[in-house]
Write a new protein. Structure first.
Length: 228
């Protein structure tokens, strides 16, 4: 069976370290025998180190990074710093950052370059092909080996209104047509244990980016279980 990726995006949750530990430990316990699934937990920056100290069968990811390696950039977290902290993945171009932080494609493109250079695997979130074109404009094919695309239609992110499997499948096909058959394409947007399996088995995605549902350990474990 082909390897699948399931990315947990905790966004700006939970409010306490105690709750973060609880979610993480519960998820870890439920993860036995999921050998064909690469589970990546992306907590807020401040919880990266506690999650890292307990990693066993999951990988660690961040939700953003900065393009400079170091320097006077108050509040920014460089890609290299994340890599040195033990992160293997970084989510970039998330629609919430495009909206609330006014991230432009130019900024996202610089972040992708820096993250790949630092040795991180990039999960690039996009709503359409035009974003892929702009975000990857300055990269050459061979730089893209560690790039995964997450198709996240805007209307589906955080709304409880998931994309239909047929629509998602169409978009996956278009992205593969544009980028190449070998790319891993994930689906994200209101994923739950009710719909997770159909994006993989019917639409043929290589995995899922799970937001809200990843904060509920039981629901998250149920999602993984439906993919077996
Ligand atoms: P959601 O978020 O699963 O809550 O819709 C998806 C995401 O984080 O991109």
């Amino acid at each position: 069976m082909e390897k699948l990726f399931v990315i947990a995006n905790w966004k700006s949750n939970p409010p306490t370290l105690q709750e973060a530990r609880h979610i993480f430990n519960s998820v870890k316990k439920g993860l036995k025998n999921k050998k064909n699934i690469e589970v990546v937990i992306c907590p807020p920056f401040v919880y990266l180190s506690i999650v890292k100290s307990q990693l066993l069968n999951v990988k660690l990811g961040a939700q953003d990074c900065f393009w400079e390696e170091k320097g006077a950039y108050t509040g920014e977290i460089p890609a290299l710093m994340l890599k040195n902290m033990g992160a293997e993945y970084v989510i970039l171009g998330h629609s919430e950052r495009r909206k609330y932080q006014r991230e432009t494609d130019e900024m996202i493109s610089k972040k992708i370059k820096a993250a790949l250079k630092a040795g991180l695997k990039v999960i690039l979130c996009v709503d359409n092909i035009s974003q892929i074109k702009k975000d990857l404009k300055s990269l050459v094919k061979k730089e893209l080996a560690n790039l995964i695309i997450a198709y996240e239609p805007l209307f589906a992110v955080g709304t409880g209104n998931p994309c239909s499997v047929e629509e998602a499948k169409k978009m996956k096909k278009n992205i593969k047509k544009f980028l190449g058959e070998n790319f891993f394409i994930l689906y994200g947007g209101s994923v739950s244990s009710q719909n997770a399996r159909s994006y993989i088995k019917e639409a043929g995605f290589s995995g899922l980016l799970v937001g809200g549902a990843s904060l509920n350990p039981k629901e998250f474990i149920d999602i993984l279980a439906t993919l077996q």
